[in-house]
Design a protein around this ligand. Structure first.
Ligand code: NAP
Length: 355
C-alpha cells in the first residue's frame, strides 16, 4: 500500500522553531518504495515535493508551502561485527541522530561522540556535514545512499564523491536533486577523539577519558548553551545556529582583529575567535561578530529574539511569526555587514522565504 497523502498539515508542529504555515499536501514514508510512490504522486499532479527530516534546521514561510511535504520515516540500523577494532553502522535516514550516537557510545565506539546532543535525523547530517568540537560526520562516513530524483536511481556515493566541505556537501549544493536514504559510518572501538577545542578540554579535566565521558561532557556543554532541546528551556524553539561561521580572507580577519583591539573589546588578538584554516583563510565565530555588532545574547524583539545562552541561535518564544524572525535575522546580518564588512549566510534551509 502506498503512503497516505493528507492535506493542510501544520509545519509549525514539525519544526523545532514551532513556526511556519501548512503543507498543502503531506505524507510520511517508511520505505524507499513509499518514497518513490510519493514522488510519483507529486510528479503526476505537477506538484513540487519537499523532503523533511527532523525539522531542526528549517525555516518555513507563514503562508506554508504549496507542495507535497514528504517526511522521511525510514528506520533501522545494522551494525557489522567488529573486526580489528572497527565497526560499521548502516543507519537509515529517518533514525534520530542522537539515538544513533548514544547507541555507538554504548558500544564503546568512537567517531561521533563530539556530535552528541545534536537534534535532527541521520539523513540530514551528511547534507550540511554536521560538525561540533572539531569532529564532523565526513570524518566517519564511508558512503551515503541517496535517491537521485532526476534519474530515479538509488546511488551509493562514496565519501570521497560527497563533496564534503565546511558545513556543506554535494547534497546541500543541489538540494532538489538528492534524497538521502541511509548513511554508512565507520567507527573505532576505544578511545574518543582528542579534544581540540579548549572549552571541551577544560570540561573533560578529571574525567576518565572514555567515549561515554566525552558524550556526557558535550551534552552538558551544549545544554548550558540551550543547544540541547529541553522541554523546560525557554530557548528551546530555535533552529540551532542561524548563521554559518564565516570563512574570510586573512586581510578581512586582520581588519576585524584591529577593530576589536582599537575598541578595547579584547586585550590581545588571541582573545578574538579567529581560526586559521588549511586554505590560509580565517574562520570567525559568527556569534562573536553578532554580539560586537550590537546584538548581545538575550536580545528580544517581541515574540522572537536571540537565545539568552547563545547569540547565534534565534528563538521563537511563542505567538510569533516567521516574518518576525526573519526581520530580526536581517537586522543582525546588516549590522554585522555594516560593522565588519562580512556578509553572514544563514545556515538553516528556507522554504518559501529568503533573507
Ligand atoms: P564556541 O565555543 O562558542 O566557538 C564559536 C565558534 O568558534 C565555533 O562555532 C567553532 O567553529 C569556532 N571554534 C571554537 N574553538 C575552535 C578551535 N579550537 N578551532 C577551530 N574553531 C574553533 O562554539 P559554540 O557555538 O558553543 O558551538 C560548539 C560546537 O558545536 C561548535 O563546534 C559548533 O560548530 C557546533 N555546532 C554545530 C552545529 C551544526 O553543525 N549545525 C550547530 C550548533 C553548534 P566550528 O563551528 O567550526 O566548530
Amino acid at each position: 500500500m502506498g503512503p497516505t497523502i493528507t492535506g493542510d498539515v501544520s509545519l509549525a508542529a514539525h519544526t523545532t522553531l514551532a513556526l511556519g504555515g501548512p503543507a498543502k499536501h503531506w505524507c510520511e514514508v517508511e520505505s524507499v518504495e513509499g518514497l518513490r510512490e510519493a514522488l510519483a504522486w507529486a510528479r503526476d499532479r505537477g506538484v513540487p515535493a519537499r523532503i523533511l527530516g527532523g525539522g531542526s534546521n528549517l525555516v518555513v514561510a507563514d503562508a506554508g508551502v504549496d507542495a507535497l511535504v514528504v517526511r522521511i520515516a525510514i528506520r533501522g540500523t545494522t551494525w557489522s561485527s567488529p573486526a580489528d577494532g572497527v565497526c560499521e553502522a548502516t543507519v537509515q535516514a529517518g533514525e534520530v541522530w542522537d539515538a544513533f550516537v548514544a547507541a555507538a557510545v554504548s558500544r564503546n565506539l568512537a567517531g561521533v561522540e563530539c556530535l552528541s546532543g545534536i537534534p535532527g535525523s541521520v539523513g540530514a547530517t551528511p547534507v550540511q556535514n554536521v560538525g561540533a568540537y572539531g569532529q564532523a560526520v565526513a570524518d566517519t562516513i564511508v558512503e551515503v545512499t541517496a535517491l537521485d530524483r532526476v534519474t530515479g536511481e538509488v546511488n551509493s556515493v562514496p565519501a570521497k564523491d560527497c563533496g564534503f566541505a565546511y558545513r556543506s556537501s554535494r547534497f546541500k549544493q543541489d538540494p532538489e536533486r538528492h534524497v538521502v536514504l541511509s548513511v554508512r559510518f565507520r567507527l573505532r572501538e576505544g578511545k574518543p577523539a582528542t579534544p581540540r577545542y579548549p572549552e571541551l578540554s577544560r570540561a573533560l579535566e578529571g574525567k576518565d577519558g572514555s567515549v561515554a565521558a566525552l558524550r556526557e561532557t558535550v551534552i552538558a556543554l551544549r545544554r548550558s548553551k540551550s543547544m540541547v532541546i529541553d522541554p523546560g528551556d525557554d530557548n528551546r524553539h530555535s533552529a540551532g545556529s542561524f548563521f554559518v561561521n564565516p570563512v574570510v580572507s586573512r586581510t578581512q580577519a586582520e581588519v576585524v582583529v584591529q577593530t576589536a583591539l582599537d575598541q578595547g573589546w579584547a586585550a590581545t588578538a588571541s582573545d578574538i575567535p579567529c581560526f586559521e584554516q588549511p586554505s590560509g583563510e580565517c574562520k570567525m565565530a559568527a556569534a562573536w561578530l553578532i554580539e560586537h555588532a550590537g546584538f548581545p545574547r538575550g536580545t528580544r524583539c517581541g515574540p522572537v529574539g536571540q537565545s539568552s545562552n547563545h547569540a547565534l541561535a534565534l528563538v521563537h518564544y511563542g505567538g510569533g511569526s516567521t516574518a518576525q524572525l526573519l526581520a530580526l535575522a536581517r537586522e543582525i546580518r546588516d549590522a554585522v555587514q555594516t560593522r565588519f564588512a562580512i556578509r553572514l549566510q544563514h545556515e538553516p534551509t528556507f522554504w518559501g522565504v529568503a533573507l
